[in-house]
Design a protein around this ligand. Structure first.
Ligand SMILES: Cc1cc2nc3c(=O)[nH]c(=O)nc-3n(C[C@H](O)[C@H](O)[C@H](O)COP(=O)(O)OP(=O)(O)OC[C@H]3O[C@@H](n4cnc5c(N)ncnc54)[C@H](O)[C@@H]3O)c2cc1C
Length: 528
């Protein structure tokens, strides 16, 4: 399953044919997690698996998917669901409604791994400790380590990294010159030079591993699903939107879904596994009457199984951009734009890093002034305290969910960002960047007091597109799935994607989602 397969059409099974089959396992959602599970489960020839995906086949996704520098254009295509949060106002000092924030997520085989920015990194090991807060057993970094390793072939060969997994990951050998200067500036201003910033063991600055192989994106579909599509025990239906889950008593026995306006059913003899992502999986549970009772009633959905945690605990990494104009011309991007990151602590007494700085070889859009040549330093609180919600307003499977990540409602997230901005400014002012003729355009040097910077952070940010937590893992009343990812109080139903992550890891999320899915495959295979 390693390397980049030659692109070829993904066959879509006829839903009528799928209706006549009795599958062992039905997977809902063909993104990062769904591709892992489809591939791993069908390694066992006695397991019949159906994968339902709302979007298109991988081969029908925009060509830009393959070309790393083009990824920002993908959010404007059909490969993105196109969600926007509710106005994010709670963090603004005046409590005036702010704008809604676009929250992209992938649609199509490969899911978000087909449109993401290709940064591949585990959270720092300390950030997984909070996973036990709600009683989750066996989900510390060391427990996840075998699954991180199983997913990857890490070309850096650092200790603790995988050597034979489907994803081939490594840092760029040739970072954009302006990003290399930023790294030099970081070290010059006293930051630690890390060796393997993707491995979960280090802090400091270094080129991060990327999901790029031979200059092209390697999505979950490329690494896991496409190479195994000809397995006779795997069917895939694309364009298939799961409407609701079907039950006999308390056992989930299948899924009702729509393709081109027609409603179909798929039956699972053993389990249905939700891999529809943080927004998709929680929405499907809610539409099926599984969730907080009052909210379900308000949405006009009959309560099937009260589970208060569904849709709660939504959180994400917000990102503030410091946008710089340079006199020297920044060379065109060759990679994913963000080839070098730093993981650092906003306060020395913390147990691990809670901030990420990412150096970006293009000026991000900003509210101050247009910049046509320059670079950006993104600053993100990596262990945010703010928590929000995902809700539905009706049982309509085609209605967008109501998404409120409640960014910056916890002041500690703002304080972390202020520390990150100070570090970013030191780096931008370093001798290593002097030859570039750097001028900070946004927020701009006049925005200097903690109050003014805090206001900027709360109001001028974007989503880093890492939502998690709506079907959180644990063993208490607020958790949705137990330590083996089974939906609490029901049978035959698991969730195994970003939504189960109870507390966001201190790095970009995809590597952790792959590990969760690798582990889910073991649970499922052991269960039969
Ligand atoms: C623009 C962008 C940039 C990002 N950049 C990075 C990065 O650089 N590094 C990183 O680590 N992470 C990044 N992420 C986040 C990362 O890609 C996600 O955390 C990860 O892919 C989530 O995997 P998942 O399996 O939980 O969900 P997804 O990969 O989103 O898969 C969910 C799938 O379910 C399908 N689905 C949803 N609802 C239904 C339904 N009702 N019926 C059928 N199918 C359904 C969707 O179409 C989708 O294919 C980024 C994300 C985005 C959107």
């Amino acid at each position: 399953m390693s390397g980049r397969p030659t692109p070829r059409p993904t066959p879509s099974t006829d839903p009528e044919r799928a209706r006549q089959q009795l599958y062992d396992i039905v997977l809902v959602g063909g993104g990062s997690a769904g591709c892992v599970l489809a591939a791993r489960l069908t390694e066992r020839s006695d397991l019949r698996v159906l994968l339902l995906e709302a979007g298109t086949a991988a081969s029908d996704l925009p060509e830009a998917v393959a070309f790393p520098p083009a990824w920002p254009t993908l959010v404007k295509t059909e490969a993105n669901w196109g969600d926007t949060t509710v106005p994010q106002s709670a963090g603004t000092p005046s409590a005036e409604p702010g704008p809604g924030i676009p929250l992209p997520r992938g649609r199509g085989i490969g899911g978000s791994s087909a449109i993401n920015a290709m940064v591949f990194g585990r959270g720092h090991r300390t950030s997984y400790r909070a996973w036990a807060d709600h009683g989750a057993k066996g989900w510390d970094f060391d427990d996840l380590l075998p699954y991180f390793q199983r997913s990857e072939t890490a070309v850096c060969g650092a200790p603790g990294r995988g050597t034979s997994g489907p994803l081939t990951v490594g840092p760029t050998a040739d970072p954009n010159e302006v990003l290399a200067a930023c790294l030099k500036g970081a070290v010059e201003t006293g930051q630690r030079r890390a060796h393997d910033i993707s491995g979960g063991l280090e802090e400091g600055f270094a080129p991060v591993d990327l999901n790029i192989v031979d200059g092209r994106r390697q999505s979950a579909a490329d690494a896991y699903l496409t190479p195994v599509l000809d397995r006779p025990n795997l069917d895939v239906v694309t364009g298939a939107t799961a409407h609701r889950l079907l039950f006999e008593g308390e056992r989930c026995v299948g899924v009702e879904y729509g393709v081109h306006g027609r409603v179909h059913t798929a039956r699972a003899a053993r389990e249905v596994v939700l891999t529809a992502g943080t927004l998709g999986s929680a929405s499907l549970l809610l539409r099926s009457g599984i969730g907080p009772e009052r909210e379900l009633r308000e949405a006009g959905v009959e309560v099937f199984h009260a589970l208060p945690g569904v849709g709660r605990n939504l959180h994400d990494h917000p990102r503030i951009n410091l946008v710089h104009r340079t006199r020297r011309t920044v060379p065109p991007a060759r990679g994913n734009h963000g080839e070098i990151i730093g993981l650092l602590r906003s306060r020395p007494d913390l147990d691990g890093p809670n901030l990420q700085l990412i150096f970006i070889d293009a000026p991000s859009p900003n509210p101050v002034a247009p910049v046509d040549n320059g670079f950006t330093i993104g600053v993100s609180p990596m262990r945010p305290f703010s928590r929000g919600t995902l809700r539905i307003t009706s049982a309509d499977p085609y209605a967008a969910p109501v998404i409120d990540p409640a960014y910056f409602t916890d002041e500690r997230d703002v304080q972390a960002v202020l520390s990150g901005i100070a570090t970013a400014r030191e780096i931008a002012g370093s001798a290593a960047l002097a030859a570039w003729g750097v001028e900070e355009v946004a927020p701009g040097p006049d925005v200097a007091s903690p109050q003014a910077l805090g206001r900027y952070a709360r109001t001028v940010f974007q989503s880093y597109c890492h939502p998690v937590g709506t079907c959180a893992l644990g063993e208490d009343e607020s958790s949705v799935v137990d330590s083996e990812l089974r939906v609490r109080g029901l049978a035959g139903l698991r969730v195994a994607d970003g939504s189960v992550i109870p507390s966001i890891p201190s790095n970009n999320t995809n590597a952790t989602v792959y590990a969760v899915a690798e582990r889910a495959a073991v649970f499922l295979r052991d269960a039969v």
